[in-house]
Design a protein around this ligand. Sequence first.
Ligand SMILES: N[C@@H](CCC[C@H](N)C(=O)O)C(=O)O
Length: 281
Amino acid sequence: MEFIKMHGLGNDFIFLDQMSDSGEEGNANYSELAEKLCHRRFGIGGDGLVVILPSKVADARMRIFNSDGSEPEMCGNGIRCFARYLYDQGIVVSDSMLVETGAGILKPKLFIKDGQVQGVQVDMGEPVLKAELIPVLGEGEPVIGRSIEALGETYLYTAVSMGNPHCIIFVEDYATLDFDRVGPAIEKHSLFPRKTNVEFIQINSPQEITMKVWERGAGPTLACGTGACASVVASVLNHKTERKVTVHLPGGDLFIEWGADNHVYMTGPAAYAFKGEWLGL
Ligand SMILES: N[C@@H](CCC[C@H](N)C(=O)O)C(=O)O
């Protein structure tokens, strides 16, 4: 089974091209496959598995599976890589396209120079701020500055969905944060019925933030695109930043703008790592 490995700022994915899929897709156990392929010792290694499928309503359909086999609705770093792959394979010939995801149809736009994709901007749509849609227990919109208890400590969080759920917590200093224990405790907290991604944010200036992320179904990753978008929305809602923000992640920077049209725009790189053949079946 041939695969391609791509990453967005070190958030790495195994890509399976199933564009010639004839409708048998329902039978494929991608969830089980994701666990095997993403294993960093017994598999290829990755934060997730991305499956490229034909679509009746867009240029292609993206399904993403976390390394634990769960299927999230969306992936920001994944969709930039997805868009680059579609263009480089000639599946899409223009610099803009439509991609069907679990969070609706999204619109990546490529920056191309001398035939090479230099970066990708994605219109990530409107953030979801209603508690029951994120989903997080309780009511209301937006969900700002509520308390959550984890490991005996109380944290103030803001919840935002970019198709997938995010719990954003502002911290003064990472040195005082027990990231490896607090991250998973909040990911699986009973307040979040579908679990949640967890972003710990330090504010550097009104135009710059630093983010550490604990991802639902994948643990600590070097970057999270939907997380960066949700964190900028949360920073604006908490009056901590302006609407155009550079997000510093362990793997590099993303540029996020929460536009006047209420859409969030994410700009960043999409890179190839290698291609290969999986022999472990
Ligand atoms: N890394 C991704 C998000 C992948 C899905 C996430 N772990 C979830 O379960 O919601 C991104 O770049 O957005």
